[in-house]
Design a protein around this ligand. Structure first.
Ligand SMILES: *Cc1c(COP(=O)(O)O)cnc(C)c1O
Length: 745
């Protein structure tokens, strides 16, 4: 868990936003405790009704930022956002029932309509309105942005905001016009205020999403930019333009805040405010503030997120408890009547309680990860920034409406199924492929959401598990489909068609069998696919073969259409299929090796040449350095004999870790301190020796790089796979055994 949370490169996580969550939470506590009330009414208004009013919109924008990015409007993320918020809301409602009883809440009349109104809009306790507003506002904004894009979504939500304003800070003006007064009277029967999920929240969600897609930033965590996003303002490219953008943001914030201040003071002075949540200049103010915060990148502070939420939810409870405590111990003068001390105590106690709860929930979360090792022996290091980059590159090539199915079989080709899939999931990738049912179950245990397709055979006796873990099974033959259907358990499936590879699948000519499979009542057929056997080759004969496979697949599809069988989602291409046949417009592409940023073999040529970056490095330690005399040998079979006095370093990695034995005796090279040194003698199961005679200082504990790029050159997976008579795919996936996966920070 820890590794994944701290996984981001230093300059990539939104530290500014994470930190401001805490500030925003304290601002909201201020609204509910009025810290300056006992000193100055004016000061209190400025603090709690103007400055602190940026707290809630900030939270809406943050949610929008992570929820509404162009990349993943597939509903999955919205659903999990809604689910999460609703559960928190339900918990909070339960938690506050005692307070509500004390307040006489349950004696209100008419009870049921009032309760429904509160649950939907006002919250069953004053601050809880924020949660239903998030659900309603977030969903509305998500839908509008998906349907019509940001411009129209902004236009619509801005109109809603103006309607909201007119029933909030500007109501004193609005209510003078009878038609408006009538309109708002109706509204106020349903919701006590206009600061709710319909008028207030949506515009901030849209703004957050817009910034996620247009801020030219590097995305990580829950956010991910639209694939075709252009880096218009060049943020992050030239330091000059970045500096200019920064100044613009600060200036923009200062000016809009000053205007908002003037606006608020004027409206307050005129006495027209019905409520004081919404101002015209709050919008630009939030926009610039958020842009400023986006500039602060660094460590990801996941716990601060939970902490700020907990503070938000529980501070009213703390207020009640504190008052009770003060009453019992006669400390009211100090803890309640002194408003500043009151505020600070509430902040302090809420924070302490928040820390306890955060740590508690952290420790009691199911430990999803296999217990990892460290970097003291041999390890795989994965660069998730490069993984994100590759996803984005692949997205650019994919046709409209096509989904990325990330192939994460065999420990994500040795990159760690947990590290890779969980990260892809957070980025919004909604579809995965694995080879076996147990790989699929492991993903679910890691908490991976979305569709998981098992590409290979699963014993039909495990149908119940397919259903339990919501896995999608490939129907590999007619016989298999019949047997699976007979289990009497309704399962999701994709139908595999053999178009010439002659591995798995129903032969494409056997339409009648396909037809029968579609009539099997326990199989829900969501997809149909085929696999190319030579899409990596651009030889004319191979290309003709692949074209033939495509034609056969579509011939079957056509026949289905003619016979009125509903055609499910279709997919054909794996990595090379996409790169060499990008014009096919399928519903999915099943991408494995390209996701990990390497070709199968060094010389491979593809029609489309995306900028892919290797995700994996393979490293180990020098465990001992020894001198040997000329004529002495090293290792099994005495395969290496020193011709001169030599220095030999032993490395803590062997073929059991996935380093090919075929690289023995100088066929493989290793980087130590930037120097390439040859493998001396045979690679053993758990260790190997290298000749470091000419490599300068080498000491125990030094890191040796077996695969990976260093400052001056590097060793690529395709190159050493080729040396070992194999391809990167095999080389990489063999590292999924006993090596710990370390996420590059
Ligand atoms: C492994 C596999 C893929 C992924 O192939 P890459 O070449 O790594 O992209 C796609 N489809 C099927 C059926 C596979 O078995």
């Amino acid at each position: 868990m820890q590794a994944a949370e701290n996984s981001m490169n230093n300059n990539k996580s939104y530290t500014g936003i994470d930190c401001f969550r805490l500030i925003a939470a304290y601002l909201i506590v201020a609204i509910h405790t009025s810290p300056l009330a006992s000193v100055s009414a004016q000061g209190d208004f400025i603090l709690t009704r103007i400055i602190a009013r940026i707290g809630v919109p900030f939270f809406f924008m943050t949610s929008g930022f992570f929820l509404i990015s162009g990349y993943s409007r597939d509903g999955q993320k919205l659903l999990s956002f809604v689910k999460k918020t609703v559960s928190i809301y339900a918990l909070a409602i339960l938690m506050y029932i005692p307070v509500n009883i004390y307040n006489g809440y349950f004696r209100m009349e008419p009870f049921l309509p009032e309760l429904i109104k509160d649950i939907l809009f006002d919250g069953t306790l004053y601050h809880l309105w924020y949660l239903p507003a998030s659900v309603i506002g977030g969903s509305l904004a998500w839908y509008l942005a998906k349907r019509s894009g940001y411009k129209k979504a902004f236009a619509v939500t801005a109109v809603l905001y103006i309607l909201g304003l007119s029933g909030d800070s500007y109501y004193g003006f609005t209510e003078r016009i009878p038609a408006f007064r009538y309109f708002y009277t109706l509204i106020f029967q349903v919701s006590d205020y206009t600061r709710n999920g319909i008028f207030f929240a949506p515009v901030f969600f849209v703004l957050g999403g817009f910034l996620a897609d247009n801020e030219g930033g590097v995305f990580c965590g829950n956010g991910f930019p639209a694939a075709q996003r252009t880096d218009k303002d060049g943020t992050g490219n030239s330091p000059k333009s970045a500096e200019r953008a920064l100044i613009k943001n600060y200036l923009g914030f200062a000016v809009s805040f000053a205007l908002m201040f003037g606006e608020a003071m004027t409206l307050h002075g005129l006495g027209v405010q019905r409520h004081d949540s919404m101002y015209v200049f709050l919008l630009p103010c939030m926009y610039f503030l958020f842009r400023i915060l986006l500039g602060f990148r660094g460590r990801r502070l996941t716990r601060v997120r939970t902490l700020s939420l907990v503070i938000y939810i529980i501070h009213p409870l703390v207020i009640v408890a504190l008052r009770l405590f003060a009453k019992i111990f006669h400390l009211q003068e100090l803890l309640v009547e002194n408003s500043a001390a009151h505020y600070l105590s509430v902040c302090l106690l809420s924070t302490l309680a928040g820390i306890v709860i955060t740590v508690f929930t952290d420790n009691f979360k199911p430990k999803k990860r296999k217990s990892g090792g460290g970097t003291d022996r041999a390890y795989v290091e994965v660069d998730l920034g490069n993984l994100e980059h590759n996803v984005r590159e692949i997205q650019k090539i994919m046709p409209e409406g096509c989904q990325l199915m990330a192939v994460v079989k065999a420990q994500a080709y040795g990159h760690g199924a947990y590290e890779t899939a969980v990260h892809l999931n957070k980025m919004g990738v909604g579809s995965y492929a694995v080879a076996t049912i147990d790989e699929g179950i492991a993903l679910r245990r890691y908490g991976v959401k979305g569709e998981i397709l098992i590409l290979g055979y699963t014993a039909v006796s495990r149908a119940r598990e397919l259903k339990k873990y919501d896995l999608t099974q490939t129907l590999i033959s007619f016989e298999y489909a019949s047997l699976l259907n007979k289990q009497g358990i309704f399962v999701k499936t994709h139908l595999k068609i053999d178009t010439g590879m002659h591995r798995l699948g129903i032969p494409w000519e056997e339409f009648s069998k396909v037809e029968k499979i579609f009539s099997m009542k326990n199989l829900r057929i969501d997809g149909m696919f085929t696999h190319f056997c030579c899409a990596d080759s651009r030889e004319p004969a191979d290309e003709a073969f692949t074209r033939g496979q495509i034609a056969r697949f579509y011939a079957l599809v056509e026949e289905m259409e003619e016979k009125g069988i509903p055609v499910p989602k279709l997919h054909m291409q794996s990595s090379y299929g996409l790169l060499n046949y990008p014009e096919l417009s399928c519903d999915y592409v099943r991408i494995g090796i390209a996701l990990y940023g390497v070709f199968s073999s060094p010389g491979d040529d593809t029609l489309i040449k995306p900028d892919l970056r290797p995700v994996l490095s393979l490293k180990c330690r020098v465990t001992l350095v020894r001198n040997i005399k000329a004529g002495e040998s090293v290792g099994y079979g005495r395969a290496y004999t020193a011709e001169r006095e030599s220095r030999i370093a032993l490395l803590s990695i062997g073929y059991a870790d996935g380093y090919p034995r075929a690289l023995s005796c100088g066929r493989g090279q290793v980087l130590i301190n930037g120097q390439a040194v040859p493998v001396a003698g045979r690679v053993c199961m758990d260790q190997l020796a290298v000749d470091v005679t000419d490599a300068g200082e080498v000491a125990r504990g030094d890191v040796a790089t077996l695969i990976g790029m260093e400052e001056d050159g590097g060793i690529s997976a395709p190159a050493i796979a080729d040396n070992a008579g194999s391809i990167s795919n095999e080389l990489l996936c063999r590292m999924g055994g006993r090596l710990p996966v370390i996420v590059k920070i």
